[in-house]
Design a protein around this ligand. Structure first.
Ligand code: 6CS
Length: 338
């Protein structure tokens, strides 16, 4: 048991012993307060504290270790809430890797909004799956299109041969970059900057807002829009904690999650644009590449094998989720007239 885990155990027992009415709930995330997860968390906190006597203590990136450490603490009930992205959760929940299958998710912000807000796959099918891991799924939201940053320009899988691309730890991301022709390396967030500086990796993928905030464009200045994915994240509560709450507190949490979701869905579009604008303004060495439809078609063709691997791993449920996602995206396109 690590030190943070022990300290949180102690706080958890003390909290239970002294307070049945106004509780302090702990919320961990993978990002800082000004990043999308932090903006969501602060809105969630504001709603909970405005509408009840409960308080929320937010633990930003690094405060409780890496993503995997925080998840261990959330499943053990030491944290009441956690924001963890499928890019990490996929190692534990293969169905969550549906969000990582390349060239499935939309990139048009209006379609993205509709898909995340009203899609059946996201809003109905994942609930029971997260429950099996002791997690009550509250929200799933995007953080912007994934952009590949490399030290040298690429336009084809052949250009990526031998290029070491860092991915988050969900295994399907390794399959994706293998199929794209690269040599992927899965690393926790805390290891990425050092790995780029020491040439242990040559590139990585993340949305523009994150690339700008953490100076990733300084370390690998070619930003390539391949159109293959939307960074997705999810907010959960510990299921036992949630089940033990009064109906009023459950409603309080669901309402706070809905309010924070509505808020962040608008914010991320602005943040994504602002991130790219700032990179262009502040980094004279940056090169922005948008692959043409013909160039994308080559990667899309390769992505078919990744979808097959996903279905092999996630089974019938995974297959149904991907099929439903595709229907939801079509419905979202029609709904926004796109
Ligand atoms: O690449 C990563 O590991 C990180 N990317 C984002 C956008 N959020 C948190 C995550 O750890």
């Amino acid at each position: 048991m690590n030190k943070t885990f022990k300290a949180l155990s102690l706080i958890a027992c003390t909290t239970l012993a002294v307070s049945a009415q106004a509780d302090e709930w702990r919320y961990a995330m993978e990002e800082g307060l000004t990043d999308p997860q932090g903006m969501y968390a602060q809105k969630f906190k504001e709603e909970i504290e405005k509408n009840s006597d409960h308080t929320i203590k937010i633990y930003p990136v690094g405060a409780l270790g890496e993503s995997a450490d925080a998840m261990e603490q959330a499943q053990a009930g030491l944290l009441q809430f956690i924001d963890q992205s499928p890019g990490f959760t996929g190692a534990m929940i293969p169905e969550a890797e549906a969000f990582l299958v390349p060239y499935v998710q939309p990139t048009d912000p209006k379609v993205v909004r509709e898909f995340f807000k009203n899609g059946k796959a996201i809003n109905e099918m994942f609930h029971g799956i997260y429950r099996e891991q002791g997690l009550e799924l509250l929200s799933v939201f995007p953080e912007g299109e994934q952009v590949v940053t490399t030290k040298q320009e690429f336009r084809t899988p052949a250009d990526l041969e031998g290029i070491k691309i860092r991915t988050m730890t969900s295994p399907l991301l390794l399959e994706t970059y293998k199929s794209f022709g690269a040599s992927p390396v899965a690393l926790a967030w805390g290891e990425l900057i050092g790995a780029l500086k020491t040439n242990m990796v040559d590139g990585q993928e993340n949305p523009a807002i994150w690339i700008e905030a953490y100076g990733l464009d300084d370390l690998a200045p070619v930003l390539t829009y391949t159109g293959h994915a939307q960074y997705t994240t999810a907010v959960m509560a510990n299921a036992d904690f949630f089940d033990g709450l009064s109906d009023a507190d459950k409603k309080l949490i669901r309402n706070a999650a809905d309010a924070a979701h509505d808020y962040i869905m608008d914010e991320v579009v602005k943040m994504d644009e602002a991130g790219l604008k700032k990179i262009k303004e502040t980094n004279p060495n940056v090169k922005i590449v948008r692959l043409s439809d013909a160039e994308r078609a080559v990667f899309k063709e390769r992505a078919k094998a990744v979808e097959e691997i996903f279905i092999e791993k996630a089974g019938e449920r995974g297959k149904q989720i991907i099929e439903q996602m595709k229907q939801d995206i079509e419905a979202a396109r029609e709904a926004v007239g796109g």
